[in-house]
Design a protein around this ligand. Structure first.
Ligand code: HAX
Length: 435
């Protein structure tokens, strides 16, 4: 058994009594109340999910296992000559809560290499799809097609103890994560580079190999590492994370669950917003004939979008109430590597112009940028101009957090999810009684 799995087993076993005690001794203690506004309004703010893998503070932003993004980047071991930590080390942190040693990171990287072979039928399926299929459709289809590989489904059918569910779930998760970069790069090269596929290089780490298979030179390997880390997890209530958790709660294996979460991520209010940001900026660029707009001109474009009943992609958030630290760390990357990029200039003008306009409009609870406002700029700069593909990159990262959560859900024996719904008449009755 690898160190990661051994440590994980010990942590899950040590954690179980905490969950059991909470349920047994304090199961009736209330953690909050649900209002009619929350019941109708997408359960905003309802505290009804548990995860120890990340926590999203409205003002401070995300903490992975207690660490802010700058702390995570500073604490994880970074190989000599590299700017970003290996994604494999970050996976160790998310799963165990421990900062891995260099040796432990190397072990996960080795393990990934052994698991990374994509079954050939996945490529046949991708090749059979219509040429104009959205990359997220292709990604989701490729993932669910691999369900026949599921070790969990096989062991479940053979009759495995509930206490051991997490073990084959871990196996499935690691297999899947190790294969996602090659599947994503295949979709990219097939769709946008005339099917000129670059084979995987087993000597490289996850981020490095992805950059290699995409055919993009350094420092795109650093971009890939940063992206997969930043997009991995944002506690449990966002659409993709929640979908993954919900589907897996029926004991569907991770292939079903991750494919489903990818479908949720593909919504323009969620992960697809990174595609929409670039689409919006390109639209403005076309209207400006390539010239960079000044602040007054940009304000007009923003108001035109709002007045036509559309949202400004990349701005606003259901939980955050400040600038997303994932935006900030990508901005820092841009300042270092592409300070003079024209699209980066657009993004910076938008940062000045959009928040006051959203405040003036008075609808959005959070006028500040989210992760998606900045991410396409970096991709475009490194030659990835096909913005339809951007959410696939998000999906590789998000799969890391979603699978870590599913492994722990199984380890702690969380049950099938099944909230209760009411009718409108019942809510009207509750409202009448309270007034
Ligand atoms: N532009 C214009 N209006 C906005 C807005 C924006 N960026 N953000 C919110 N609003 C509007 C909402 O549409 C809503 O209007 P109505 O009352 O007419 O329905 C009102 O402000 C209140 O919304 P809210 O409570 O502030 O926001 P929600 O929690 O309902 O929604 C969203 C959060 C992220 C979906 C929202 O801010 C939005 O649509 N943003 C633009 C799309 C986007 O960037 N999505 C990515 C978010 C991050 C993420 O998940 N990445 O994957």
């Amino acid at each position: 058994m690898t160190q990661l799995k051994e440590v994980l087993r010990a942590k899950i076993e040590a954690h179980r009594p905490r969950t059991t005690k909470l349920l047994k001794d304090h199961g009736n203690v209330k953690v909050g109340e649900v209002t009619i506004g929350q019941a109708i309004g997408g359960m905003r703010g309802v505290r009804a999910l548990v995860t120890d893998i990340s926590y999203l503070d409205p003002d401070e932003g995300i903490r992975f296992r207690g660490y802010t993004i700058p702390e995570t980047l500073a604490k994880l071991p970074i190989p000599e000559g590299q700017e970003m930590p290996l994604v494999e080390g970050f996976i160790y942190l998310l799963l165990t809560g421990d900062i891995p040693t260099e040796e432990q990171v190397a072990e996960v990287a080795e393990e990934f290499k052994g698991r990374s072979k994509v079954p050939p039928y996945v490529f046949d399926i991708l090749n059979a799809m219509p040429a104009d299929s959205h990359p997220m459709v292709m990604f989701s289809a490729a993932i669910v097609a691999m369900q026949r590989e599921s070790k969990f489904a096989k062991q479940f059918n053979e009759g495995i103890s509930k206490m051991e569910y997490w073990d084959p779930t871990y196996e499935d998760s690691m297999d899947l994560l190790a294969r996602l970069p090659e599947i994503a790069a295949y979709i990219y090269r097939k769709k946008y580079k005339n099917g000129d596929i670059i084979p995987s290089d087993p000597k490289l780490d996850m981020g490095g190999n992805f950059a290699h298979m995409m055919g993009i030179d350094k420092p795109y390997d650093e971009v890939a590492r940063l992206y997969f880390l930043l997009h991995s997890d944002h506690e449990s209530g966002n659409v993709s994370a929640h979908t993954g958790h919900l589907v897996a709660s029926a004991l569907s294996d991770v292939y079903y669950a991750v494919s489903a979460m990818i479908n949720g991520l593909a919504g323009p209010l969620h992960g697809l917003a990174n595609e929409q940001v670039l689409r919006w900026i390109q639209g403005v660029m076309d209207k400006m004939g390539g010239k960079t707009p000044n602040e007054e001109e940009m304000k007009k474009f923003v108001w035109d979008t709002l007045n036509s009943g559309q949202v400004i992609p990349g701005y606003g958030h259901a939980v955050l109430r400040k600038t997303d630290p994932r935006y900030t760390s990508q901005m820092e990357f841009c300042l270092k590597h592409l300070p003079d990029d024209p699209i980066f200039k657009y993004v910076n003008i938008l940062y000045k112009v959009v928040p006051p306009i959203l405040v003036e409009q008075g609808k959005a609870k959070n006028p500040w940028p989210n992760v998606d406002a900045q991410s396409g700029v970096i991709q475009w700069f490194y030659g990835l101009t096909e913005y339809e593909f951007y959410t696939v990159l998000f999906g590789i990262g998000r799969a890391i957090g979603v699978t870590a959560n599913i492994i722990w859900d199984r380890g702690l024996g969380y049950p099938i999810e099944r909230p209760k719904s009411l009718t409108t008449a019942m809510l009207e009755d509750v409202a009448k009684k309270s007034s």
